[in-house]
Design a protein around this ligand. Sequence first.
Ligand SMILES: Nc1ncnc2c1ncn2[C@@H]1O[C@H](COP(=O)(O)OP(=O)(O)OP(=O)(O)O)[C@@H](O)[C@H]1O
Length: 802
Amino acid sequence: MAPPTEGRKSKPKGRPKNDTRSLKRKRDVDDLEKLQKAVEELDLKAEIKDFTDLPLSQTTASGLEASHFKTLTDIQSKALPLALKEKDILGAAKTGSGKTLAFLIPVLENLYRQKWTELDGLGALIISPTRELAIQIFEVLRKIGRYHTFSAGLVIGGRSLQEEKERLGRMNILVCTPGRMLQHMDQTAAFEVDHLQMLVLDEADRIMDMGFQASVDAIIEHLPKQRQTMLFSATQTKKVSDLARLSLRDPEYVSVHEAAATATPTTLQQYYVLTPLPDKLDTLYSFIKSNLKSKIIVFMSSGKQVRFVYESFRHLQPGIPLLHLHGRQKQTARLDITSKFSASKNSCIFATDVVARGLDFPAVDWVIQMDCPEDADTYIHRVGRTARYERAGKAVLFLDPSEEEGMLKRLEHKKVPIQRTKPREKKQQSVKNQLQNMCFQDPELKYLGQKAFVSYTRSVFVQKDKEVFKIDEYDLEGYAASMGLPGAPKIKFQKGDSAKTLKNTPRAALSSDEDSDVETGEKKPKKDEVRTKYDRMFERRNQDVLSGHYSKMIAEDDLDKDEDQQADADEDNDFLSVKRVLPVDEDKNSDDDEGVAAAGPAPKVIHGLGKEPLVIDSKRREKMLKSKKKLLKLKEKGTKLVFDEDGIPHQMYELEDEEAFRKQGPAEMQRAKFLEEEAARVREADLDDKQLAKQKKREKREKKKAREAAAKASIDDDEAPELVGLEVGEDPMDLLRSLPLPEDDEVEEKEERPAKRPKKWFEDDSEDEKKKAAKKKRRVIEAEDEPETLEDLEALAAGLLS
Ligand SMILES: Nc1ncnc2c1ncn2[C@@H]1O[C@H](COP(=O)(O)OP(=O)(O)OP(=O)(O)O)[C@@H](O)[C@H]1O
């Protein structure tokens, strides 16, 4: 047995092992009793400043210390004593004020004091409205609970249900999103919640609102009524109906900032700018350009808006890393993006309300609300992503003039101090033309823009607060034009659903096929209207130009269709979107492949053109096949044949019969013989070539002399034709011949190779490589023979100059 390590207390000698264990157990029991007593005796009126002043287990205290938490925030000092005494709590405090610890510490402590073990099953359930927030809560729990022996899990979807099922039964603490949790409660037989002690709802008002209503009610039905329930939010729900749904027992309302003059952090500066809808993108771009050294979050009303602005702005290359986040991205991508944004010093993320609540990105400088929030509470949560825990921050709200009065009234009512500011004229720049160009050149971007336009318009239409959102007063045509669209897509609205309900309704419950239930369409061309090829181009989508990036985006969307509802909270629903209406002219044939395949007649198949049969599933493809040139691309490449004296074709290189080869002698000898013969042939050919070259030169010299003589004669006759840029009598070939001829490709490459420039953040490798390939192509100039005609030389000179 190894000797006891220095500094570590050795076991008392001679004492039986069992005695030690029972002594330890007794000491633990004593400690627990003491802790329990201290909690019971805790004076609720006493001022608690440090975590060490609280009756906490050594394990939690050590976890807090190791995570560098020392002093309590206001909400923590008010809520923690009550929560430790197992009271039901309604906690309200400003954003970034430390509510997470106010419920996580009691979760750990109360289970600890009840000696909860793995065998006792689920002890505490923490519900969050979004996956990102659930992950964040889980991370904090892991940090401060690192010395505890509880098992804790994250149930948020995005990975296999089976995998989660297997682990669920063993968990003591779970952090979850409502949709996924309910799925498990309904489907996982081994998952027991009968002994649950604590239920926590973070961002409670959001979880209790209409979108989550059904799932939350169903979850609560599974839970035992006797439990501790805690609700936390910066905008707390006090609705009696909500509290009744949760069966709270005499809840303590802990609101530390209710008496405060403002509902938002005092370190937060808040502004609004009046920017009519058609100028919104210009204002946003100008703002980003003027704040390249900042960390910015830009909130938009829908995922489609986010995608359009991200895709178009990244092409404009503002000079700051751009990111985008919305509910339809794959979970791994979302995680990657949030961690990138957290780690970055300066970057700009375009996001939907999926990041509006609870997320604790470090050191955000600006929160921009490009689209007006649906209500003052959403405003408060969005701006709360900056100015967190004693840090300073700034927020700007973009308002259309029609929204100003209504929104300011709402904000004032919620005690939000906001003042108007104007963007600097000097810094204002317009991107309208560039967007128009981009949409014109890239039908996919245009299509994305149309969808963004429709989803924005619809989001405004479904808003409940008609005092703020007056659909008739927006310049929608102007907005569409500012996005680079050729006219505003026509939208047919459906009545009945409110923004909030739609916001959280699971996508599956809405339309699964975006375009199948659309009520909207692009402007139908009138029959007699003159249509240019540009009009037609603007109306197309999914042509051959489909960019890889966009297809990837679309693929991501499809992959992500099974995401849980709360994660999609931000996402617009597809009961309206752009319907592609084809022009009546011949381009009506130019439907995209998917459309025809889905709805049209069975596709034709052509065999024999290439290796694989060609499927003609659209008229456009059929048309393409009628063009010989295009068809060539699809054909197999020909094989080169040589004909012998009898006119029989042979492959260029045919393998000799092995036996015949052997008969001719050893391979090495045959090889030497072959080389010798070939060398002799080359020498002979070389001689011929040299003679030919000499003869050509001689002929040229003679021709030149003849021309000079003729020119001289004509000068003498005073009838010489003018040669622009040349001295009279000078041979035009001489000038061009004096241009340096490339020796070989390598020299060219050295001369032309540009100085290596650093890769810009917005360039991806494939683009880089494409450029390189294009450059290489340009560089290759065939210059083996001396140019002979003027045309040859002109072509060569042009090649060199370019
Ligand atoms: N006692 C403390 N001492 C130091 N930092 C703290 C303390 N409590 C919380 N914080 C830090 O403050 C920040 C905000 O905390 P938290 O995310 O819990 O805020 P919140 O009130 O839940 O905000 P929101 O309303 O936006 O969800 C976090 O970075 C957290 O680490």
